[in-house]
Design a protein around this ligand. Sequence first.
Ligand SMILES: *[C@@H]1O[C@H](CO)[C@@H](O)[C@H](O)[C@H]1NC(C)=O
Ligand SMILES: *[C@@H]1O[C@H](CO)[C@@H](O)[C@H](O)[C@H]1NC(C)=O
Ligand SMILES: *[C@@H]1O[C@H](CO)[C@@H](O)[C@H](O)[C@H]1NC(C)=O
Length: 346
Amino acid sequence: MEKQRLFSSASPLSYSSNSILCCNSLLLLITLLVILGVFLPWAGSPLFLFSNTNAPSSSFPSKWVDYSLAKAAKFVAKNGTLIACTVSYPFFPFLNNWLISVSRQKHQDKVLVIAEGYATLYKVNSKWPGHAVLIPPALDSQTAHSFGSQGFFNLTSRRPEHLLQLLELGYKVMYNDVDMVWLQDPFPYLQGSHDVYFMDDKTAIKPLSHSHDLPPSARNGRTNICSCMIFLRPTNGAKLLMKQWIEELHAQPWSKSNKGNDQPGFNWALGKTAHQVDVYLLSQAAFPTGGMYFWNKTWVEETKGKHVTVHNNYIIGYDNKMKRFQDFGLWLVDDHALESPLGKLD
Ligand SMILES: *[C@@H]1O[C@H](CO)[C@@H](O)[C@H](O)[C@H]1NC(C)=O
Ligand SMILES: *[C@@H]1O[C@H](CO)[C@@H](O)[C@H](O)[C@H]1NC(C)=O
Ligand SMILES: *[C@@H]1O[C@H](CO)[C@@H](O)[C@H](O)[C@H]1NC(C)=O
């Protein structure tokens, strides 16, 4: 549901050149790029904007094409832990916004951006070398804009596969959607040594002392845990959950009524592995869903000082999402860009 809302707006950026370029001019451009590539350093060149194609041309002088997940994870992980997010190019401003908030808690060094396309890969790594990786195949610029399409879903629903790979490599992984903001350091809240930690996406208010178990299933037979924020230890339980999530996504693939949303699959997987996986439900006051944080002023006042992360969900449309962050003083990129390791975006 959240992904559907997230991506239901039209693309906010018109960076793509594909509509302008046709076959002949594309050939010309590639020739031009080869020539320019000899003289211009790749990094910082505005030409990276043209690189958002399905496969990188071998003429692109970038070492990042061969940068594997294993190499990237080894580079960013600190003490066996890393923080992963997956980002498609239109969400770059949200990535930067989230990164500022992560940097304020001094955890930015552990961040690994799993880029959905080459434009994102090059842009992150040109400004912040080594912090982005692309796991082929890439989202081409056409598909990247087809939010809600089957092609978009096929690529973006690989999230549990990426997370499983990181677990197999032996890392503890925190996954975050980039339409989140950290207000405090979430790590102290990962208490005990459970396989997996997550937050509820339901808006019903719970007592501060609520249980940390998987909530009772709703009438439709499943929970509504958010796939936006997940912490995993490299245990058999966590791997089993990721495998089940992958299976659920294959069993209930994209459909017209359930476009590009992998959260139900996560919840089915949680239900089916409930007796084999040691889970921990994070505190609602610390990890509120957007449906509470942005909708219930009374509750926010009552729980003041307890909020750790804020998720900008329960809203439709990219521009609305950005505006809501602005209205709540959580849009940091305009005034605090220098606090991001990516700096100011051009
Ligand atoms: C590194 O991890 C160990 C074991 O999980 C923990 O006890 C220790 O405090 C961590 N050190 C840092 C610097 O985070
Ligand atoms: C998406 O994946 C499904 C199932 O693997 C496949 O049948 C379909 O052709 C794919 N669609 C696109 C547009 O990639
Ligand atoms: C908003 O929060 C208050 C205080 O916790 C609660 O009493 C009220 O029921 C909430 N309203 C809704 C619509 O959930």
